[in-house]
Design a protein around this ligand. Structure first.
Ligand code: GAR
Length: 192
């Protein structure tokens, strides 16, 4: 039997994507082995407890000084998934996990990306720009916000009736449907 592949999920808030990944990969060769957050109040931590996934709360200095990287190595983590993670991944972690850190962004990059473009800020920006479509971008992570190579984009049409809230709902639907499968395919491609 092929060895298990250990995934760590970084999330700063709600954690609906993290939970979706936990349930999607349950019972498979790919395991969500660790949930990490810099936000002690993040709902994702409650979800981790509920699904009995170990979790780690870290400080920004621990992220930047390599302690978090050491923990990932200690857990034998092979891939990192950013699922609603607010902060920049330090260069040392990017180098240790080249092409093995995957982020989801709730818009069609390169539009509506960069620092501060997170969650509802993105949906409001899309709404204010009167876009006729939006979507999700799944991409590799490099040292810059939202600049890594794109793995997959999926579009959804917007109508004049859409609001930032309805845009968020459309995006969530795409994320639930495509993110786990895209991670699976990416990992299988590397390990085939
Ligand atoms: C998701 O929509 C994700 O695409 C977005 O944050 C949300 C987290 O929701 N990520 C970013 O905006 C990254 N720049 P969740 O915590 O319920 O999974």
């Amino acid at each position: 039997m092929k060895p298990e592949i250990q995934l760590a999920v970084f999330a700063s808030g709600n954690g609906s994507n993290a939970q979706n990944l936990i349930t999607f990969f349950e019972g498979s060769r790919i395991k969500i082995a660790l949930i990490l957050s810099e936000n002690p109040n993040a709902r994702v931590l409650q979800r981790a407890t509920l699904f009995q996934v170990p979790s780690v709360i870290f400080s920004m200095s621990e992220l930047q000084n390599g302690q978090v990287l050491q923990q990932l190595k200690g857990y034998g983590i092979n891939y990192i998934v950013l699922a609603g993670f607010l902060k920049l991944i330090p260069a040392s972690m990017v180098q240790s996990y080249q092409q093995r850190i995957i982020n989801i962004h709730p818009a069609l990059l390169p539009k509506f990306g960069g620092k501060g473009m997170y969650g509802s800020n993105v949906h409001k920006a899309v709404f204010n720009a009167h876009e006729t479509e939006t979507g999700i971008t799944i991409h590799y992570v490099n040292e810059y916000y939202d600049k890594g190579a794109i793995i997959l984009q999926k579009q959804v049409a917007l109508t004049p009736d859409d609001t930032p809230e309805s845009i968020a709902a459309k995006i969530s639907e795409l994320e639930m449907k495509y993110f786990p499968e895209s991670i699976l395919q990416t990992i299988e491609k590397h390990n085939s």
